[in-house]
Each structure stands twice: as structure tokens, then as C-alpha cells.
Write a new protein. Structure first.
Length: 259
């Protein structure tokens, strides 16, 4: 009789092939192996480990959102201020526009000026051209007067065919002349308001700067201004409107005019 120790290792003695496990038994075994009762679920291996770029990216995203909100508030605030100022400028006189007239005018002129009024339009009814001539001192001490230069025509040349014309080209001379004529008597050019001297100096400096652009510098000793005004006739008018000319006296230049 063969001893028990001589039996072939790994082979069952006196037993048939072990039975095959059913599908349900395999699933139950897998479930019990994956998680024992009472044990917490295993943490996902896909969880972002500490020290990665997740937190910096979140902080960067928050900073971008805050900055975008600040910029949006600034843009909205500037738009509200601009629209309010323009509305008060063109609206009929009221308590707010009267109280803040100086601040509104300081914002509107010269870049956002409107030549119309809400509910009471006041369109331009005449064309005017501001012309000037200069008096320069020659090296021998004598003076020479130039011919008339059409400064309004120069501005129109800069505006015409320009898709983005300068507001200064459109309004500077017109506003300067309008404020001058409103503050001076048409007969003797005397001041009619406390701003008369200021408006005269302002108009003179504009003219001096225009002649400087034409190459007439410190030799410029005085300037003279005239305005040619032509009423805008009706569309069906047959007769051409006759222009009127207002000529001012000679103004001596000052050192501050050349700055």
C-alpha cells in the first residue's frame, strides 16, 4: 500500500472535478471582496493630489471675474455720465441743468457739442466764414500786411472726405466766434459781459496759432479778423442771399499767444 506522502501533490484524492460557480455567486464574491461591510468607500485614484495647479487656476479665474466686473462697472458709469450730460445739455432748461450748467458746459465743449435742442430744435440758419490777415515785421523794421486767409475754409478742407473728422476742426472757430460776438457790441466791439476780454484773447490766440502753422512765428506783430455771414435761403428761393461782412480792428500779439 502506497503511503499517503507519495500522493501526487496538487491533485485531490478521491474527489471529482469541483463544481462550476454560478454567475450570481461570482458577482456576490466580487462585491464582498471590493468592499467589506462597514468599511468606507475607497477614494478615487482620479482625485487631484494636493499641491497641483487646481487651486492657482481657481484663484486666477476669480481674479479675472473680479477685474471684468470692475471694468464693466467703469464702462457703465462713464456711459451713464455721458448720456446724462448730453441729455441735460439739449433738454429744455430745468432745475438740474441750471444748477450744474458750468459743469455740463465744461464737459460738453468743445468735443461733445450739440447744435440742437430737445423739443425746440435750433438748426444752423446761416453760414459764416472767419477770415484773418496778419501783419509781420521785416528785418529792416518795416511791416507787411498779408491778404485775407480763410481759416474756416482750412477747417472744411480737413473735414471734407474725412470719415473721422476732428471735433476741434468742426467747432473751435465757430464756438470762438459765437462766444466773442455774444460778449461784444456789434457797433464798437466794446465788452457787453464780464467775459469779453477773455473771449477776445481766446479768439486772437486761435488766429495766431493758425498763422504759426503757416510759418509766421515771432515776426507776427498783429492780426485782424473779419467774418463773412451768408443766410441760408429757402429751398425754393430764386434770389441768392447777400452776405454781410463784420471786420474787427487790429489786435497786437502778446508773448502768451505763441505758447
Amino acid at each position: 500500500m502506497q503511503p499517503h506522502d507519495d500522493a501526487v501533490p496538487g491533485e485531490p484524492v478521491g474527489r471529482s472535478t469541483p463544481p462550476t460557480l454560478t454567475k450570481q455567486a461570482v458577482e456576490d464574491a466580487d462585491t464582498s471582496t471590493a468592499q467589506a461591510p462597514g468599511e468606507p468607500a475607497a477614494e478615487s485614484s482620479a482625485e487631484t493630489p494636493a499641491g497641483t495647479s487646481g487651486e492657482p487656476e481657481e484663484r486666477h479665474s476669480t481674479s479675472v471675474r473680479i477685474m471684468s466686473a470692475i471694468i464693466a462697472l467703469i464702462v457703465v458709469g462713464a456711459t451713464v455720465v455721458h448720456v446724462s450730460a448730453v441729455f441735460l445739455h439739449v433738454a429744455p432748461s430745468n432745475t438740474v441743468s441750471t444748477q450744474y450748467r458750468e459743469e455740463i458746459d465744461g464737459y460738453i465743449y468743445p468735443f461733445f457739442e450739440q447744435n440742437w435742442a430737445l423739443f425746440a430744435p435750433n438748426p444752423v440758419a446761416e453760414n459764416f466764414r472767419l477770415q484773418a490777415q496778419s501783419r509781420v515785421r521785416n528785418p529792416d523794421g518795416t511791416t507787411t500786411d498779408s491778404g485775407w486767409t480763410d481759416l474756416t475754409g482750412d477747417d472744411l478742407d480737413h473735414i471734407r472726405h474725412n470719415p473721422y473728422p476732428s471735433k476741434a476742426d468742426q467747432n473751435m472757430i465757430r464756438r470762438a466766434w459765437s462766444t466773442y460776438s455774444d460778449s461784444h457790441d456789434v457797433k464798437d466791439e466794446s465788452n457787453t459781459t464780464s467775459r469779453g476780454d477773455l473771449m477776445r484773447d481766446y479768439l486772437r490766440r486761435i488766429v495766431v496759432h493758425r498763422f504759426q502753422d503757416r510759418g509766421r512765428g515771432r515776426s507776427l506783430v498783429s492780426v485782424q479778423v473779419r467774418v463773412v455771414t451768408t443766410p441760408i435761403g429757402k429751398p425754393d428761393a430764386t434770389a441768392r442771399s447777400q452776405p454781410s461782412i463784420r471786420t474787427l480792428g487790429w489786435w497786437e500779439t502778446h508773448p502768451d499767444d505763441f505758447r
